[in-house]
Design a protein around this ligand. Sequence first.
Ligand SMILES: O=C(O)C(=O)Cc1ccccc1
Length: 323
Amino acid sequence: MKGPGHRRRRPSHQDQTGPLVSTDLSLETERSSVRVTYQGSPGTVIEAMVLNAFPNCIAAPQKRSEGALETVQSSLADKAVLTIENSSIGSFHQSYDLLLSHNLQIVQEVHMDVELCLLALPGVQKDDLQTIFSHPQDLAQCEHSLSNLGVSKKNVDHGAAGAEIISKQNLRGAGVIGSARAAELYGLNILECNFQDASPNVTRYLVLARTANIPKEYEQYKTSIVFGLEEGPGTLHKALVAFWKRDLNLTKIESRPNRGKPMRTLGTEKQFNYIFYVDFEASVAEIPAQNALKELELFRPERRKRHRREKETITRISQDERC
Ligand SMILES: O=C(O)C(=O)Cc1ccccc1
């Protein structure tokens, strides 16, 4: 992920070698509707978010987020939506790790207050339920409500998948945590709306694309970066001071294992080695942001050998329009 300063020029036809073939002409500018891909299926909460955020889009659900990002990377879709965090259960760590696995740009951020419903077959009451099907993230958002029901939980791909299972198998002792749309699609009753523990229950989604936003003057932006740090006490503090002293407001920090080098040696000690995701309120076109990122370079891990640099030192930049 790189900011506009690092914008990768997409090959134009002048760059093509050999005769133009029809596929070269299928640039997204020629498509009438934007193709938006996501991990899910019709009836999922994330589908509702996609249709709400991109009303005239062609929604292209995928079984896994990796597939969604790959589809954009290979130009078979224009944007991919990733669930990145929820206001009650926190960060979706797999999504953070995925941000590094594809060379895409974060171009938008969408917040949605998610209403999760308890669904069951017609005629089934809450007291009849022994098992609840849904995605772990949905079950976690209803942890307290579910413990009051005294039921067991079963992980499935998402709420819509759970609705399909209990509908097709006529499971009268099972319920689903999912969207109201899933009840409609699979002929289930809504036993309870807003079944999630917290309200509001805001989920934050990132929209990724192949090309970065070009910052517009007077628009507000956030920039997301990820970086590794050299060893030593206070390096994270010093790195974050680079933003503080330029009055750049940090809105998120998340640490994740540095999969390129999961452990580091400090003296005789082996310690976990992290990378840090930081979101701050500015675009990389702004001078304070550029100077903060230059200063951040001072704290990158020592580059002992070139081939290790790509693994150890990760500083990637992208920016998205604040919604
Ligand atoms: O369960 C749903 O309806 C969701 O939207 C949650 C979800 C969707 C797709 C993958 C993971 C979780």
